[in-house]
Each structure stands twice: as C-alpha cells, then as structure tokens.
Design a protein around this ligand. Structure first.
Ligand code: CP
Length: 309
C-alpha cells in the first residue's frame, strides 16, 4: 500500500511522473475518472484550511469520486477515540483518506491502520502536496526544475521548510534558506536533502545572500498554525527576511515569487511583490487541485502494491 505522507514517500523519478501526470490532468481536467463508482475520499481537517479542502474536494469530484469532508472538530481524532480506531472505521467507509493534522506520527498511524491510501494534507512537519503544486508552478513558468536556484526566506523551521528541503533537492534544485539562526529546517531533513543527487541545500542568516541570483523566491507566513502566541516577537525577528521589491532586486531579473497562502501583506511579503508581475501565487494555488488529482489517481492505481514491488 502506497501513501503520500512526506515528500520522499516517492522517489525523484516518481515525483517527476506525478508532475507530468498533473500537467496532463490540468490540460484535460474532466477526462480521467479513476475514482468513478463513485469511490469516496474521506478528507479530515483538524486545522484551518481554504485551499486544501476546496482543491481536494473539487479534484475528487473531477476524478469521478465522492468527496466526503469530515469536520475534524466533530470527529475528535485522538481525543474522542484513538487514531487506530478512526483509521479502521474510515478504511471501511472510504477508498482513500486525506488528513490535515498536527503530528506526523498521527498520519503515519492512520496509514498503518486504515487499509487504504492516506495523503498528508499538512502536518507540523511536512506539506508534501503544497510542494508538488509549487514544483508544477515553477516548471510551468521556467520550463524545467533541475539546476534552478530557489531561495526560501523567513521561518524555515516549519513544514514548508522541511518539505522544500526534501522535494526541492529531489528535483535536483539548489535550495537556499535565508532565516535567522535557530529557524532552519529540521537537522535530520537537511542531512537527507544534502544527500540527494544533483540538488543542494544551504542555510544562511543573510537575506540578501540567500536571494542573490535566485530563479525562484519563496516565503510563507511567519506565524504558522499553533505559533499565534509568538506573533509579535516573530514579526520583529523575521522582518529582515520580508520579500520586498528591494530584496527581489537581488534575485535574477526574471525571478518568480511563490507563497503557499494565506499571505500577510507587509509582513513576510509586500503587496507590491505578491500583487506584482513576478508573483505566480494564483497559479500555485490552482495547481494544488491538479497535483492532488495526480496523487490520488496514482495512489489509487497502486493500492495494494508495496513500495519495493
Ligand atoms: N496552502 C495551504 O495549505 O492553504 P490552506 O491552509 O488554506 O489549505
């Protein structure tokens, strides 16, 4: 049984296959119906979401399936009943499970116990569906991924930082994190990323050095879900890393700017950049649907197949 819980749950070659499938599905969005039946995809959200819930629901419908959005607050997974019991119940109701929650260990337990493919729609540690959307967007605008330099600015000690380290280097990109000391991606993830053939990863606390010559500039909120109590301190700490027109001027002239959204203008990114000609954030948001359709179709086709078969 294959699952998509972390960026490296697929090989670099499989990542490229998923991006090609997503591009094909985007070109003809209503042709492929692998979930016809309709097969139900249960999608549970324990944290706020706009893009993830709408793109998974619309994408499931486009694949011929039945999107079953489960209110995480009502389900109370891990509080009202155990992850294992929920997994057994949902595995009997749905052909696939999508889950946004806190601990990576929880989605791993769901995958181990449900008997159906499980997709991570964001945990505290990884956001692999967002990374596929980012990569598809970059591929569309730059024509290739391998060899490009990506600068990730701001708080890299989060799911997006970890996922960029893994998925970016898997795509043979050079990923540079510009962040304050202590806010780099997870050390173990960085070791893994450093070992990816073709790609590279580098961490600096100098925002100008981070974006120098970059093809792609990425940022994310400075106040990830669960960090709201630290908001005031974080705004001070991360302010030198704000993606402004002045900072973008150090990247390549044709550099593009990405933000997974929601965005907080004049904090991590200026209105001039996110609403300007270098921004590709609306393509990036739309691409969530196309890449997740590819992931769902791909996993469904491989249900029952072990990773090394
Ligand atoms: N980027 C992202 O995951 O958006 P939502 O939190 O709105 O789902």
């Amino acid at each position: 049984m294959r699952h998509f819980l972390r960026d490296d749950d697929v090989s670099p070659q499989e990542q490229a296959e998923l991006l090609a499938l997503a591009a094909a599905m985007k070109a003809t969005p209503y042709d492929a119906k692998p979930l016809a039946g309709p097969h139900t995809v249960a999608m549970i959200f324990d944290k706020p979401t706009l893009r993830s819930q709408t793109s998974f629901a619309a994408g499931t419908a486009e694949l011929g399936g039945n999107p079953l959005v489960v209110d995480g607050g009502l389900a109370g997974i891990g509080r009202r009943e155990s992850v294992a019991d929920v997994a057994r119940v949902l595995g009997g109701q749905a052909s696939m499970i999508v889950w946004r929650t806190f601990a990576q260990a929880a989605v791993e337990e769901m995958a181990a116990m449900s008997g159906v493919p499980v997709i991570n729609a964001l945990t505290d540690e990884f956001h692999p569906c967002q990374l596929l959307a980012d990569l598809l967007t970059i591929q569309e605008h730059k024509g290739e991924l391998a060899g490009l330099t990506v600068a990730f600015l701001g708080d890299a000690a989060c799911n997006m930082g970890n996922s960029w380290a893994l998925a970016g280097t898997m795509a043979a990109m050079h990923v540079v994190f510009g962040c304050p000391e202590g806010y780099a991606p997870d050390a173990g993830v960085l070791v893994q990323a450093e070992a990816m053939p073709g790609g590279s990863v580098h961490v600096t606390d100098d925002p100008v050095a981070a974006v120098a010559g970059a093809d792609v500039v990425v940022t994310d909120t400075w106040v990830s879900m669960g960090k709201e109590d630290e908001a005031a301190d974080r705004r001070v700490l991360f302010s030198p890393y704000a993606v402004t027109s002045e900072l973008m001027a150090h990247a390549k002239p044709d550099a593009i700017a990405l933000h997974c959204l929601p965005a907080y203008r004049e904090n991590e990114i200026s209105a001039e950049v996110i609403d300007g000609p270098q921004s590709v954030v609306w393509d990036e948001a739309e691409n969530r649907r196309h890449v997740q359709k590819a992931v769902m179709a791909w996993l469904y086709e491989r249900r029952g197949v072990e990773p090394d078969e």
